[in-house]
Design a protein around this ligand. Structure first.
Ligand code: ZN
Length: 441
């Protein structure tokens, strides 16, 4: 009886008060869902949405102003603006119109932000849109985008990944299942006019060293499919002609494709224009280090819950040139790996001098060859490196002439045992499941 009484007492304390006035007071203490400042309609072209843009330019108007300390939600298109479909045909990846990328949500202005401040961004949470619980991983044709391993994989390919809560798997890649490390591939602030001029001139110098190269050495300003947000008329056309493409990461952050810049991270961005002008998109459900498939990690339409703050004059105070960030306190827990080494000697046997890119390429190719021994096609193995939480490390940059890079393949994403043993590898897959490939026409 005593025990029952005690429970009854505690229960009554925990249950809602029958008094209506008390209940109303209690309700006021609940924090409401933050306001969604930008929404996207996946059935409509991003060009119909004036809170979206796909170029960097200081004159792109701020679409929403918030106070320092505010938290809010923005929705974002996938980076291609819904050009890639959830089907088993890679023709859309082959034929993708790349001047359209990346569609970004913003720019959002923070009241009081001035050049020289640091914009502090808490990525409170990120997720896929409930109305679109899937994503894609693609490899571009060598003649339309190319990529890190384009000499080895010159044809377009695509895998579709379905989301089940925090997990993902693909009907095109059997026996692989892992938790997402969700992150915006692209987040950054508007450049100043001076910064834009610097970007354009240095990238043109590089481009001009080999203008005929396919893929190009740099993507110069291009008015085709430029979306300049709320700009109109002659001002819009003039800005589009000089606006920076969103492809490379730069001093404003931008397309860094850092998988660890995930939900729960805190980022410090240099402010270059009044208000800062924060934009984001290119969200990935997951991605391997290097985003070696280029199109890309697991690309998806998303929502991002963000909080902003300022450190006045923070650029000088902390000596900041590029953004810095603090990673998430919660990440998928994969701690067992097979680690593949690579050194800077290319596939033709040519010696390169401390070339970490070549070393990482070799480590990736070693991992791909290894996975084929268990029955994965080369296309499936490549898709795994692009999507799963694989780590890439620069291991040595001084032991000339060879740089050493490593590719860390998590073993726990596989249903089957992928470790070497005395009996040799087991071919778990019979090759009946294929990755959609679309050869050039
Ligand atoms: Zn991406």
């Amino acid at each position: 009886v005593c025990i029952n009484n005690r429970i009854a007492t505690e229960d009554s304390r925990l249950s809602p008060s029958p008094n209506a006035e008390d209940a109303a007071t209690n309700r006021k203490e609940y924090k409401h869902m933050p306001e969604t400042l930008i929404t996207v309609d996946l059935e409509e072209s991003p060009h119909t949405n004036d809170k979206i843009h796909n170029r960097w330019h200081p004159d792109i108007p701020i679409v929403e102003w918030v106070e320092p300390g505010a938290d809010f939600i923005v929705e974002a298109y996938d980076w291609t603006g819904s050009q890639i479909k959830n089907d088993d045909d890679a023709a859309d990846v082959r034929d993708v119109e790349l001047p359209q990328v990346h569609y970004l949500s913003g720019p959002i202005g923070v009241k009081g932000a001035e050049p020289g401040d640091l914009l502090v961004v808490d990525l409170l949470d990120v997720g896929p849109l409930n109305r679109s619980l899937w994503g894609f991983n693609g490899v571009f044709s060598k003649n339309n985008g190319g990529g890190f391993l384009t000499e080895h994989f010159p044809e377009a390919q695509k895998t579709i990944w379905d989301f089940e809560g925090m997990y993902t798997s693909s009907r095109h890649v059997p026996d692989v299942h892992f938790a997402g490390l969700i992150h915006p591939g692209l987040i950054g602030t508007l450049p100043s006019h001076e910064m834009l001029k610097t970007w354009n001139s240095r990238e043109k110098v590089l481009y001009d060293t080999n203008p005929a190269r396919v893929p190009a050495l740099a993507e110069l300003p291009n008015t085709q499919s430029a979306h300049m947000g709320r700009m109109t008329g002659d001002a819009r056309d003039a800005a589009a002609a000089e606006a920076a493409r969103t492809l490379p990461p730069r001093e404003n952050g931008g397309n860094c494709d850092i998988k660890d810049l995930s939900r729960g991270s805190k980022i410090w961005f240099p402010v270059n224009v009044d208000g800062g002008g924060l934009s984001m998109g290119d969200t990935h459900f997951s991605q391997g280090d290097g985003e070696i498939t280029f199109c890309g990690g697991i690309e998806m339409a998303s929502w991002l819950h963000v909080k902003v703050n300022l450190i006045k004059d923070g650029v000088a105070k902390y000596g900041v040139k590029n953004p810095m960030f603090k990673p998430s306190p919660t990440t998928p827990n994969y701690d067992d790996y097979i680690i593949f080494e690579g050194v800077s000697v290319d596939c033709q046997g040519k010696q390169h001098y401390l070339d970490t890119t070549e070393a990482y390429r070799q480590a990736c190719l070693n991992a791909i060859t290894y996975m084929t021994k268990f029955g994965y096609s080369r296309e499936q193995a490549l898709a795994i490196l692009g999507t799963a939480p694989v780590q890439g490390h620069i291991s040595g940059v001084v032991d000339y002439p060879n740089a050493c890079a490593t590719l860390w393949l998590p073993t726990d994403i596989f249903k089957n045992d992928m470790m070497p043993c005395a009996d040799g590898p087991t071919k778990y897959l019979d090759g009946s499941v294929k990755v959609p490939v679309a050869p050039d026409l």
